[in-house]
Design a protein around this ligand. Sequence first.
Ligand SMILES: Cc1cc2nc3c(=O)[nH]c(=O)nc-3n(C[C@H](O)[C@H](O)[C@H](O)COP(=O)(O)O)c2cc1C
Length: 404
Amino acid sequence: MTLYGKRILIIIAGGIAAYKTLELIRRLKDDGASVRAVLTKAGREFVTPLSVSALTEDKVYAELFDLTDEAEMGHIELSRDADLVVVAPATADLLAKMAAGLADDLASTVLLATDKPVLVAPAMNVRMWEHAATRRNMATLMDDGIAVVGPNSGAMACGEFGPGRMAEPAEIRAAIGDLLAGGAKPLAGRHVLITSGPTFEPIDPVRYIANRSSGRQGHAIAAAAAALGARVTLVSGPVAIADPAGVTVVRVETAAEMLAACEAALPADAAVCAAAVADWHVLDQAAEKLKKGSNAGLPTLRFGENPDILTTIANHSSARPELVIGFAAETENVVGHAREKLARKGCDWIVANDVSPETGIMGGADNSVHLVTGEAVEDWPKLAKEEVAARLAARIAAALDAAG
Ligand SMILES: Cc1cc2nc3c(=O)[nH]c(=O)nc-3n(C[C@H](O)[C@H](O)[C@H](O)COP(=O)(O)O)c2cc1C
């Protein structure tokens, strides 16, 4: 949508990603919006008021106790004289203040005083993002109706890798457009956890046991849930496909890592376990590459059972999602096995598909699934994986809505 005539208040907090906010302001101005900016004290360490002011073509607001500002545009007026408040980058600190309702500087006071929609674009080190305190604060903010864009996964300025990178200016611009368009999205305010792809179970430092999962179905579900407004955490095994936009991607290799990442991502309103998780891992992994022709002869692999991620989430004592959905990849008696799996694992729905090689489903573009919900079984026609994902996301939204 066009932003012509829209008034956007941008709060720039103290994170490295603040430089990207300058680009965001430029884009918003190009799109016809008028932009006003508040810089936190820490934000001023990362971008200068002069740069921000040159781009907004306005003065920059920084101090709560500024008599001139209070005379011209008081903090309450500042918080209301906008169609939308955007916090970019949203630091761990400012998110914590927002969740707690603190108001000890201009940014936090404006955020507490506003009656306008608020969009946050979190940006921080991966450990800060995954910390239990930040997860609690995000859950609180989402319950409060705060909209979230990102963060994305990738290499970070601090040298680490993982979720925590601020969404790109284009993604934030798109989220602003969506919010101002006012179309209530059915999964807005919901957190959906999705697993996708295969797991790799190492044999030695260079060899591993894997499976043929491409991640296409799980990634498509993540994209579909995000399109319906959910905050999505996608825990993905190694795949060769791109990350869906606007989704927090956590990359893992083994089943044990996948479980740990899922538990770290809870609480969630819904969990969709679409990953093809290895049932077994190799015991006594070799620390060095196994050598051909060694005196020991042919190696013998011994297996240990992997944790069951779906069962663990579905029976979580403190943070079981409202809706837990598993995938069953079967090569025969697809619905029968799916029903049995539903009962055994304690999940709510099973999406069952026939992955016999002749179906071409594993790694292919289409999927033909049966949705098993308790006693009922729906046979869906053969559809593109994106279409299966869109239908499933809509069903998740309806089920969460019905549950209240
Ligand atoms: C070099 C440097 C980079 C930082 N980057 C971030 C960041 O990306 N995200 C974050 O949450 N905090 C970051 N911090 C810490 C915040 O600046 C600090 O928590 C500050 O108190 C935030 O204040 P504010 O929320 O009022 O802007 C960084 C600190 C330094 C010194």
